[in-house]
Design a binder for this molecule. Structure first.
Ligand code: ADP
Length: 381
């Protein structure tokens, strides 16, 4: 059974076609620079060549048309018709307080995703455009939404409530939601397999360290706390995001530098983190290079990053009591073993009590495809 996974960003559409029964990818690619003069598509069939070409693309609807045309292209495509796709799974960042798991998309689901656009203005609107376009372009093919926030719904109230006037929670749903849920869930399932224990019996600390970074405390296979909050700005230091800061810094800076809310949001989301501290780059590979060349601010950025990871692991170990494994994943987690090794050294008391430190490659697309498959087969029973 073939499932198409769609991940819409503000100016890109990533796609992957998977065979769920075999848990394999067939092909995938990205339509980039949507709405720009340099829009292009890159398409790669597994074990095949990468085909890149410039193609005009004014919006997400056209991007999805390009995805369809690429998939059925007689030269490089893999499908004879769109009806070969059994379901389309969409990555949706914010499911608010409503979606505790993946769901079949209908009109009311679309309305809810629209409602939560206020909470994720950069992410939910393009996802919605993708969903609406796929419903037209892959007509009759069921569509499923898989939410980044869903895995964190098991968090207890005392973990997700902020210490602000309760009326703001009631009025605006201001609380911790957490993100990267599909990745944390995927590596939790994999870690349970490695540990040879049922998922319901494992306690884990999962660290998704990519462009965005978050750490989750997983008790009995469920997320009970996570480092990102109301938005993906909280917690660890990231490529361009500050992570946690004293909220008073926001109004102090706004006053001193005469900044608007948008300016300060831009500074904390796009000009902070590795980039802001080091002045070198948002990419840890450049930071590591600069450290070798003796760049002190690059070293400082790296030290802040590692120190915070250590603090979260320590606090989540306290919250969990017993920890079966600490799992590292995503671009940095999978490729910079020094971080795992340093944590292993710092937490020798955990290692001595049996905690494993492991790296697991994340595969959010596979989990989105599996959820989609499960939901559409349940629906047709
Ligand atoms: P996203 O969070 O957008 O899914 P990724 O998980 O792909 O991103 O992580 C991207 C980041 O991972 C890059 O910015 C880079 O810092 C880091 N990264 C990717 N590949 C490597 C590598 N081979 N070595 C070190 N760091 C890497």
């Amino acid at each position: 059974m073939l499932i198409l996974v769609i991940n819409c960003g503000s100016s890109s559409v990533k796609y992957e076609l998977l065979n769920v029964a075999k848990e394999t990818s067939i092909c995938g690619g990205i339509v980039e620079c949507i709405g720009g003069v340099r829009s292009s598509v890159a398409h790669e069939v597994v074990d095949g060549e990468l085909i890149k070409r410039r193609i005009p693309c004014k919006d997400h609807h056209e991007a999805i048309e390009i995805v369809r045309d690429t998939l059925i292209d007689p030269r490089h495509g893999v499908l004879s018709d769109v009806s070969d796709v059994a379901g389309v799974g969409h990555r949706v960042v914010h499911g608010g307080e409503e979606f505790h798991s993946s769901t079949l998309i209908d009109r009311s689901v679309i309305r809810s995703i629209e409602k939560f656009s206020e909470l994720a203005p950069l992410h939910n609107p393009p996802a919605l455009e993708g969903i609406k376009s796929c419903m037209k372009i892959f007509e009759l093919v069921p569509q499923v939404a898989v939410f980044d926030t869903a895995f964190h719904h098991a968090m207890p109230e005392y973990a997700y409530c902020y210490g602000i006037p309760y009326k703001y929670y009631k009025k605006y749903a201001i609380r911790k939601y957490g993100f990267h849920g599909t990745s944390h869930r995927y590596v939790s399932i994999k870690a349970a397999l490695v540990l040879k224990k049922p998922l319901e019996e494992v306690n884990l600390i999962t660290a998704h360290l990519g462009n965005g970074c978050s750490i989750t405390a997983v008790a009995g296979g469920k997320s009970i706390d996570t480092s990102m909050g109301f938005t993906p700005l909280d917690g660890l230091l990231m490529g361009t995001r500050s992570g946690s800061i004293d909220p008073a810094v926001v109004f102090f800076l706004m006053k001193k530098e005469n900044l608007t809310a948008e300016d300060i949001s831009d500074a904390l989301n796009k000009k902070s983190g590795f980039l802001g501290v080091s002045g070198v780059s948002n990419d840890i590979r450049d930071i590591l290079e600069a450290i070798k060349e003796g760049n002190k601010r690059a070293k400082l950025a790296y030290d802040i990053f590692v120190y915070r990871i250590k603090k979260y692991i320590g606090s989540y170990a306290a919250v969990l009591g017993n920890v079966d494994a600490v799992v590292f994943t995503a671009g940095i987690g999978e490729n910079v073993p020094e971080i795992k090794n340093e944590m292993k050294k710092s937490f020798s008391y955990l290692v001595e009590s049996g905690t494993r430190f492991m790296t697991i490659r994340t595969n959010e697309e596979l989990l989105i495809a599996k959820d989609t498959y499960k939901i559409i087969t349940e629906q047709t029973k």
